[in-house]
Design a protein around this ligand. Structure first.
Ligand code: NDP
Length: 280
């Protein structure tokens, strides 16, 4: 069952199942105070996992995270991502060290390859494993990898140490349920659901609004509870509002009943066959 207390990774580490995204943070000086306050409020509420990337605001989102976790490093589980253009052996190290500087920390908890590029997977995995051995990262994973990419990854030396695959997953994008999600669940690879609110679009969906209202939930809570109903799935909604962080955390305490999930299947049908992995 998913609770705020956590999902166990293959490495044995336990990570919180509800976290906080940071895409678009750090993009304006005027928004920064609210972004830091929202992340800190999230930490107060147990939303310990903070997801960021070197790409977001070209390092400015990582700097927002640095302010949010200042003095509270031990409360946070920090995830960042390397761009595919930096995924070669030498560049991964430089990118990781740059991200650590931006984040103001000594070790990242989880480091992901943002999406697959041209560098052979074996080279990136070797670099990740070296960074892990040196203590610069606690674990590594990937993002936007479809099932065939995961199969290839598992076949390279060290590839089976992959801890997580971060992919698009929300009520309106359920393609992973056909094969990628069961594939990851079977092997204990955590699935981190990005854009669990479809970048906010789901909150304007009349079907979801009616479903949520009938159950005393907000649309955001219903959408997040759906994602969290899947074993081994971690959701990372982004909000720059402390009030909405509070609203989102309450989703983790609301368990949807089988009849609620059937109704969501009717409103937002699951895939009938294999579809290529959707991504933003
Ligand atoms: P989300 O689905 O998390 O939606 C974010 C939007 O929803 C924002 O506009 C936010 O506005 C709004 N929102 C959040 N909570 C509420 C609420 N309770 N009520 C009303 N509105 C709400 O989209 P993201 O694309 O940001 O995805 C989440 C995270 O996933 C990203 O921030 C990033 O960390 C990661 N990601 C990873 C990708 C990858 O390729 N690996 C790709 C995309 C995202 P406000 O801030 O004003 O509350």
């Amino acid at each position: 069952m998913n609770t705020l207390s956590g999902t166990e990774l293959r490495s044995g580490a336990t990570v919180p199942t509800l976290g906080q995204g940071t895409w678009h943070m750090g993009e304006s000086a005027s928004g920064e105070a609210a972004e830091v306050a929202s992340l800190r409020r999230g930490l107060d509420l147990g939303l310990a996992l903070i997801d960021t990337a070197e790409m977001y605001g070209s390092g400015r989102a990582e700097r927002v995270v640095a302010k949010a976790v200042s003095g509270r490093r031990n409360e946070a589980y920090i995830v960042s991502k390397v761009l595919p253009s930096n995924a070669s052996g030498r560049k991964v190290r430089e990118a990781c060290e740059r991200s650590l500087r931006h984040l103001g920390i000594e070790q990242m908890d989880l480091y992901l390859l943002h999406w697959r590029g041209r560098i052979p997977l074996a080279e990136t995995v070797t670099a990740f494993e070296d960074l892990k051995a040196e203590g610069k990262i606690g674990a590594w994973g990937v993002s936007n990898f479809d099932t065939d990419d995961m199969e290839e990854l598992m076949a390279v030396p060290g590839g089976s140490n992959v801890a997580a695959n971060q992919v698009l997953y929300n009520l309106d994008s359920r393609g992973i349920e056909h094969d990628l999600l069961p594939w990851c669940q079977k092997r204990g690879v955590a699935v981190m659901a990005y854009s669990p609110l479809d970048e906010g679009r789901l909150l304007r969906d009349a079907r979801l609004a009616a479903f949520a209202a009938a159950r005393g939930l907000t649309g955001a809570q219903a959408a997040l509870s759906f994602v969290l109903s899947r074993p081994g799935v971690i959701a990372i909604p982004k909000t720059s509002s402390a009030e909405r962080a509070q609203e989102n955390v309450e989703a983790a305490e609301r368990i949807l009943m089988p009849e609620d999930l059937s109704e969501l299947d009717r409103l937002f049908p699951p895939p009938e066959g294999k579809r290529p992995l959707a991504m933003i």
